[in-house]
Design a protein around this ligand. Structure first.
Ligand SMILES: O=C(O)CCC(=O)C(=O)O
Length: 346
């Protein structure tokens, strides 16, 4: 986990806080964090001192309470500081910052599938234990990653060809690796499924998203995969959004190598949007309407707003998406309003 980030509140030193942003102070001007903590410790118990940025000349001094910060501000701001050899410090109150939050397009975020009311969508929290999570991450980190433009992937069972947006059935990569066996076993007993015993998932895509990287809106290619799509979130959280289009959408035959499935143009189209929070170790299931009618995507955010909390994405999110390759190659036409029409056999 990274260090907390701090920023100066807009409007300078008006708004008080227990955190002080102290300029002209730090290792690059010969002041160790211990020395700084001891000088500021005169005014109250110092919780910590850390770099405000990479300059080495600006630090954050955090107290437990605002009044200590106010006393230090009064005594040390722009007065030659005798215990620091007469150095003049420039101090402002600071606030903890989670980074840029994209509020312009925010939609309420549900923490449960029932809150979204999308038929066929299920979310199970704590589907794997923290230890299993570490083991799964170690297993994939031990194997070779394929580098896409913004994220890394691994494929098991069948290769996914991003250029033609489908699996290469001629390229069977072999059975799914043994490290996913406990997950497959647990899926077989997934309570919400009517035919849980019949599920024979045979394709796994592992995606690794760095902070701020998401996934464009898509519906997983119908011709390639059967009804159920499972996605296990590991390491970091994210929100996933869903769109259901009210009017006909132009199905763009994209040649983008970054996303799977059917991408859509946002031009001239209106849609209903919903969002769900996916914490690490949770398993999402897309089936029925959730899988075929709603486009799903991960917004490109570093921080997500979930109710009143700001949640940082973490240094990476790794997802295990499990599907069943569709050997019958059945596809579906969609009506403009997103209703399933006729299955087509290729
Ligand atoms: O990362 C995820 O949870 C979703 C991945 C996904 O939608 C896909 O691979 O098609």
């Amino acid at each position: 986990m990274g260090l907390p980030r701090f920023t100066c509140p807009k409007g300078g030193d008006g708004e008080s806080s227990p955190h002080l942003y102290v300029a002209n102070c730090g290792p690059a001007v010969g002041l160790s964090y211990d020395t700084i903590a001891s000088v500021f410790g005169t005014y109250g118990e110092v919780k910590g001192v850390c770099a405000a940025d990479e300059s080495g000349t600006r630090v954050i001094v955090s107290y437990h309470d605002k009044s200590s910060a106010q006393d230090a501000m009064k005594a040390l701001n722009r007065h030659p500081c005798s215990s620091l050899g007469g150095r003049l410090l420039h101090i402002q109150y600071s606030v903890q910052s989670l980074g840029k939050v994209n509020n312009t397009d925010s939609v309420p975020v549900s923490t449960s599938a029932s809150g979204l009311d999308i038929p066929g969508l299920y979310l199970m929290h704590d589907f794997v234990t923290p230890q299993e999570e570490q083991e799964l991450l170690a297993a994939v980190d031990d194997r070779a990653w394929q580098h896409l433009a913004k994220r890394r992937v691994q494929h098991y069972g069948y290769e996914f060809c991003y250029d033609i947006r489908t699996v290469n059935t001629n390229h069977y990569l072999g059975e799914l690796p043994s490290f996913v066996s406990p997950i497959l076993e647990r899926i077989r007993t997934f309570q919400t499924l009517d035919h849980s015993a019949d599920i024979a998932l045979d394709q796994l895509t592992v995606n690794e998203y760095p902070p701020g990287v998401g996934l464009s809106p898509h519906i997983d290619t119908h011709s390639a995969f059967e009804d159920l799509i499972f996605s296990l979130s590991l390491a970091g959280p994210c929100i996933m959004e869903f769109r259901k289009y009210a009017t006909a959408v132009w199905q763009e035959k994209s040649t983008s190598s970054s996303d799977v499935g059917e991408q859509i143009s946002e031009k001239n189209s209106s849609f209903v949007r919903k969002a769900i929070y996916l914490p690490p170790r949770s398993m999402l299931l897309l089936s029925g309407e959730a899988r075929y009618v709603w486009h799903h995507y991960i917004p490109h955010h570093k921080v997500d707003k979930v109710n009143d909390s700001l949640i940082r994405r973490g240094s990476r999110r790794v997802s295990f998406t499990l599907r069943k390759e569709n050997l019958l190659l059945v596809s579906y036409w969609f009506t403009g309003i997103g209703r399933l029409q006729h299955p087509i056999l290729f």
